[in-house]
Design a protein around this ligand. Structure first.
Ligand SMILES: Cc1cc2nc3c(=O)[nH]c(=O)nc-3n(C[C@H](O)[C@H](O)[C@H](O)COP(=O)(O)O)c2cc1C
Length: 342
């Protein structure tokens, strides 16, 4: 049997308010191999102890990577140690997020202006990951990788100049894998949402970076809406593809066939119905400890996208999800409706 390609060949992007633990558990029911990312976790909040619950995850979510936001090397190192102790095997630094909240803390995309600081941050994180990982796993082998997610530039920067300089710097800091969101962030005047849509995508630039830095593992991100496009980009030489919104909103198209089409698995794709069945015991456990149905089912609205009955699935699940007392019977009813419509 051929070896399965590395998980980074396809990943679901970190997305605040979306890729929480319930979302990742759902995505894992759809693809065994795709790499999943947490939402961004602010390093300072972790170190102060306030955000530790954001690191909670089910072991079956693996492979799962945690993303940190920060720009203070000591703080990022301490946060990395906490993440490794929580079982994460990849810690990613966010150098791509343009939101005001993030800019005010001086992290995210604004760091594209300060590669030397990024380098210090990454070096500190690497050292922390190695020391902590060695403690966990013994002599020298850590298996904990530090990676970075960046833009091609910000504001008036010239991407053709800034991006290679940035990659050179992070490579010198010992980083082997970089995710490039293939558009600029405009830090003034655009909302975070507009910053994911308005600055034009530049895939050729990212492809040229792979040729210029053959030893770097380069993952492309931004605007990828189908596995066909993902496969084209892989065939052109990129090491991996990260998909955000399309994977979240249309997981049936992106995640259900991913193991077969991206990782070469010969196992038949799971059906959305089988995914609902696989989620049932997880949801039951969540309800039993006082959790709300909607916290999980809000991530399942797109499961049947494109199928007859998809709208009523979405409607009845959202209605049920907004009721604090809703239980599994609401999920079962929504499923019966969609089965009747098919
Ligand atoms: C709701 C939302 C939240 C996001 N939060 C993060 C985040 O926490 N960290 C990050 O690096 N990028 C974040 N992003 C950006 C995505 O990771 C990704 O780079 C972007 O959506 C482009 O990929 P796509 O076109 O495949 O969605 C977010 C995007 C969305 C839509």
């Amino acid at each position: 049997m051929n070896a399965v390609p590395p998980a980074y060949r396809l990943s679901v992007a970190p997305m605040i308010d979306l890729t929480d633990r319930h979302c990742r558990y759902l995505h894992r029911q759809m693809s065994r191999h795709t790499l999943l990312y947490t939402e961004m976790v602010v390093a300072a909040a972790l170190v102060r102890g306030g955000a530790l619950r954001l690191l909670d995850h089910d072991p079956s979510e693996q492979p799962v990577a945690v993303q940190l936001g920060g720009s203070e090397p000591g703080e990022l190192a301490a946060a990395t140690r906490i993440c490794v102790d929580h079982g994460y095997r990849e810690v990613n630094l966010n150098v791509g997020c343009p939101s005001d909240r993030v800019q005010s803390g001086c992290f995210g995309a604004v760091l594209m202006r300060d590669p030397a600081l990024v380098s210090d941050c990454l070096a500190a994180m690497r050292e922390a990951a190695e020391v902590t990982g060695a403690g966990v796993r013994g002599a020298g082998v850590t298996g904990v990788e530090v990676t970075v997610k960046c833009r091609i530039g910000v504001d008036d920067q010239v991407p053709e100049e800034v991006l290679p300089a940035f990659l050179e710097t992070v490579q010198a800091a010992g980083i082997h894998r970089v995710i490039v969101h293939a558009r600029k962030a405009w830090l003034k005047g655009l909302s975070p949402k507009e910053n994911r849509e308005i600055p034009p995508l530049d895939y050729p630039l990212v492809l040229s970076m792979k040729r210029a830095f053959p030893d770097l593992t380069i993952i492309i991100n931004g605007g990828i809406g189908s596995l066909a496009t993902a496969r084209e980009l892989l065939e052109q030489g990129l090491d991996g593809v990260m998909i955000g919104r399309a994977a979240y909103h249309d997981p049936g198209e992106i995640l259900l066939p991913a193991d077969r089409l991206i990782f070469g698995s010969d196992t038949p794709d799971r059906s959305p119905e089988a995914v609902v069945a696989a989620m049932r015991p997880y949801i039951a456990r969540h309800l039993a400890i006082g959790g709300r149905l909607g916290a999980i089912t809000r991530h399942m609205l797109g499961l049947f996208a494109g199928r007859p009955g998809a709208r009523s699935w979405r409607r009845s699940l959202s209605e049920a999800g907004s009721r604090p007392d809703a239980g599994l019977e609401a999920l079962d009813r929504a499923l019966e409706e969609i089965l009747a419509a098919t």
